[in-house]
Design a protein around this ligand. Sequence first.
Ligand SMILES: O=C(O)CCC(=O)C(=O)O
Length: 302
Amino acid sequence: MKEALQNIAQFLIYFALLVVFAILLVHLVEFVSQQYVIKRRSQVVRRRSAEPLYVGSIPAAASIPHMDQQIIDIFSQIQGELLSSGYSIHRSPMSYETFREVAKRFGAIWHSTEIKVDPQSKWLVHAGTALSLHTDNPYANVVAWYCNTSSSGLDEPTLLVNLCDLYNHMTAADLRHLEEICIPIQNISTYKFTPEPLLKRWQDGFRLNYIDWFTPVIPTAAHEHSLLRFKELLKNKEHNNLISVRLRSGESLFINNNVVLHGRNRLAPTSLRSLSRVWINTNSSQALQAFQCSGSDGEDLL
Ligand SMILES: O=C(O)CCC(=O)C(=O)O
């Protein structure tokens, strides 16, 4: 009996030792395999960072993390120039996608058009005719053009005149009359015309709506005289302060459509010039709060 009890005790001791040994073995295997995984990972990381960059593996522009910063930088530069001079020419070529991303930072792009000579189109802007200085749709307070292809010799510029100093040249009565003159604007979907005031004023800014090929609604002879004075001012600016912008492929032009009028000379019927134009409404964004800007002298910008 005593011997049997000794055997059982011995068995239990061996069994306990076996269990302890098994537990230790499991922990040891776990530890070794962890160390192996850590070592492998660090090898992979080291190998990756030591590898030279294979050109074909450069990710698409949209997935480059610093892309956003590039767009923010371009946007900030253009925004600053728009606020100080009413227009901005971006000379460093960018892709059309980048251009749109930058444009979107100003507000909603609600209409896009390709500006090129197209005899099939019913729109004047495609006819290749000269366009006298005008504003585009007043609900686009920023208009921007991206140059897809420039004409040979870059002799087909976009022409600008900045009227941000309008108040310095017109009397209070003239300004009031301009607010009461209406210029029709055409709805781009229905083609219907609705009258919009030539001048809209608010506390620290104003907006012009001026196209001379649409017949204005002029209430009285006094209003007619004020309109004549406005036209004289425009002619004078066109003569002395015309800004001529020639874009090359990948370059772009942004204008404050509230105060900067634009136009062009006649385009050759064979012109290869192609611009993509976007109409932006900034009211939904804080990008352009102020519209006062300093005037600029006439420039011929290549
Ligand atoms: O062709 C240009 O340079 C200007 C076209 C134009 O007048 C417009 O986009 O409204």
